[in-house]
Unconditional design. Structure first.
Length: 263
């Protein structure tokens, strides 16, 4: 029965290759094979082979079901990778937030976020400019400008301005202005000045004539010589005796909740 002996030896080698530790199973059967003689029972040997196959199948199933054990170094490396990824994501979010903050800070009521220069541009009485004018400093308009004016400093108009204006402070003295007046500071409309257009500021003193709505976050003073044809929205309004207002006055920016007073 050398056939069974050779078959078991080949089968043992196959088991060793497929299953770690399978040599224990194979050696057990090899020991039994070494004791066989020429009168071996074929049925008995076949049953032994079936038992070996069953043991090998169980061993494979146990290996597949066994949880994968990772070394401590693999666990540390995986944790370090996750930590690095988290840091990169946090840094990316911080960078995006900083970019949004810088972008928002670069816009202040339509005026460039450049520092106000000490230079002062003067449009003399004999000058007439057609087109937009911009400056990082202040501008004195004594002549005529047909166009929009934007400056980071103070805009003083004693001549004529036909266009919208944006500045950090606005002052009109015996001037004629047709256009929107927008400033991040104070608006002063002097005696003899005529403004046709809406006014937006943080505070205002009106002594001339204004045809348009006045929207001021702070206080508004309407002097004796003032004539206002339009609505006034502010935190507080002071109307001196003799002033003429044709419109509604609303203290919409007042700190007091008016509705709660009557509840």
């Amino acid at each position: 029965m050398g056939f069974f002996k050779e078959f078991k030896e080949d089968f043992s080698e196959a088991v060793d290759e497929l299953i770690p530790g399978g040599e224990d199973l194979a050696s057990e059967e090899s020991a039994q094979a070494s004791t066989m003689d020429s009168n071996v029972d074929v049925d008995s040997e076949l049953s032994k082979l079936d038992g070996l196959l069953e043991k090998a199948s169980k061993k494979v199933e146990e290996e597949q079901r066994a949880p994968k054990v990772t070394s401590s170094s693999d666990f540390v490396n995986e944790r370090n990778k996750k930590s690095a990824v988290n840091r990169l994501e946090e840094n990316s979010m911080d960078t995006n937030d900083n970019l949004e903050i810088e972008k928002a800070a670069s816009i202040v009521s339509g005026i460039d976020s450049q520092q106000v220069s000490d230079e002062n541009a003067v449009i003399t009485k004999g000058m007439r400019i057609t087109g937009d004018v911009e400056s990082v400093g202040s501008i004195d308009v004594e002549g005529i400008i047909n166009g929009n004016v934007k400056c980071n400093g103070k805009l003083t108009v004693t001549g004529n301005l036909f266009g919208n204006s944006m500045s950090s402070e606005f002052f009109a003295d015996n001037a004629k202005v047709e256009g929107e007046v927008s400033t991040t500071g104070t608006v002063k409309i002097g005696v003899g000045s005529v403004v046709v257009g809406n006014i937006s500021a943080t505070s205002a003193v009106i002594a001339g004539a204004v045809k348009g709505d006045i929207d001021v976050q702070g206080p508004v003073v309407v002097d004796t010589s003032a004539v206002v044809m339009g609505n006034i929205k502010s935190r507080s309004v002071q109307i001196n005796n003799g002033a003429v207002i044709e419109g509604f006055c609303s203290q919409a920016y007042a700190e007091i909740d008016v509705a709660s007073v009557f509840n």
